[in-house]
Design a binder for this molecule. Sequence first.
Ligand code: SF4
Length: 512
Amino acid sequence: MSTPPAMLHPELLAEDDMHAIYRDGHRLDHAEAASKPLRSRPEPQPRGAKVHGNRPVDQAEAAARFIAAPEHEKMHDERLWDLRQKRDREMHGIAEWEELRSLASAIKEHTLTHLDQYLEQFEDNARSHGVHVHWARDAAEHNQIVHGILSDHGAKSLIKSKSMLTEECGFRPYMASVGIEVIETDLGERIQQLDNEDPSHVVVPAVHKLRTDVAEVFSRTIGTDPANSDVHYLAEAQREATRPLILAADAGMTGCNFAVAETGTFVVCTNEGNADLSANVPKLHIASIGIEKIIPRLEHLAVFVRLLSRSALGSPVTQYTSHFRGPRAGGEMHVVLVDNGRSERLGLEEFWTSLKCIRCGACMNTCPVYRRSGGLSYGATYSGPIGLIIDPTFNQRKYSNLPFASTLNGSCTNVCPVKINIHEQIYAWRRVLVERHETPLAKKAAMKVAGELLSRPAAYRAAIAAADMALAHLPRFVIYNGLNAWGRHREVPHPPKQTFHSWYQANRGEKK
Ligand code: SF4
């Protein structure tokens, strides 16, 4: 007797004929039985901005590709707006929310204006607990210091929890170049690592991916069923694949949310407990800390912890708020304090308060441009409103288009838990970039024409009248041509019968 073929649905096999297939009591003929139900192909994930050397990132082009993938755009918009709404609900549950924001802002501004003192205090206290403290001027020095520590211990593999600072430093590619394997322990970050893609959000790195995208990545990299996008199946498969690597790792690395000067301790907030794995499984723990993460006292931590998770995910607290004080018995702990442009930013009169950022992502979740264009369209480590004001401090030419990817509606400023005047800084960057000739020629020419028109009322009114006439009478194909980027995704509004100016003249103006 031949063995029946392995079937996905053995309950459909007929008792009298192991090769026959019945459905609803009816024996299916060969073609019917052999054919599979048609499965529509999942929408492919739109990729991010193409970044060529020092050339300006074309965020609008990458955003247009994201918008052209309707399933992704809809999911992204809805998922992030959901976070924004949850944040609002949590905020309304705390009567003193605005006081907390003011307090957090004041603590950060005080710390940043006394940063040298607090950093030295942190260093002294951390050393007194047996922590090795290193200082890194820039990304290259950070990577070399960590490489040195790993080499001294003969470490060949490193488990790492999520850290935007290490993204900023190009840490993973550097480690790959020196033959050290890095394994991300945050699920979203691991998905992005396996897909060879940067995180698209500071809190939820793979938020731009559909479940089918994750199924595709896992099937390609860890051998899961490409047709199975069940979240439990995918999470379990990832757990099975990664746990052995975590248990065998030679060293662990974490970032840091807050470093307390008076105690020399630091805190990492996660929802998966993965920082604890990275810090506690191997004996060697390295923490990369941006110098702006310092807060003066332990009591200040309470202010930030109450704001962080509520602003980020709309949850009262992160699942894990882990405090690290010193090495475990028989272990070793290193802290790398990283500048990488921060002290220079501190000297920028209009932009220094961007250093108050606690990377909650609330400004991204609320931003209509970010929600509809996806984080990877920015082609930078930091995307969304906070990215628009941080990225140009790293490279003005490359990120010169980013401050224009905003409607300046001010929602980012309203939700920011540390009261950064984000939209005002975005606007200020536009002025700085124009003054420094870092804007595209076409935009510059258009602004010049607009400036001329707006400064001559008669010419402005004549232009408006001509445009109204053209809109009312020109054929569609003339208005919606390739040059009209605004009209690619929208209808140009119908001109009103009467302008406000002519109405005002007729009704309220000086009667002659
Ligand atoms: S700028 Fe404000 S809202 Fe945006 S990530 Fe930073 S702290 Fe959060």
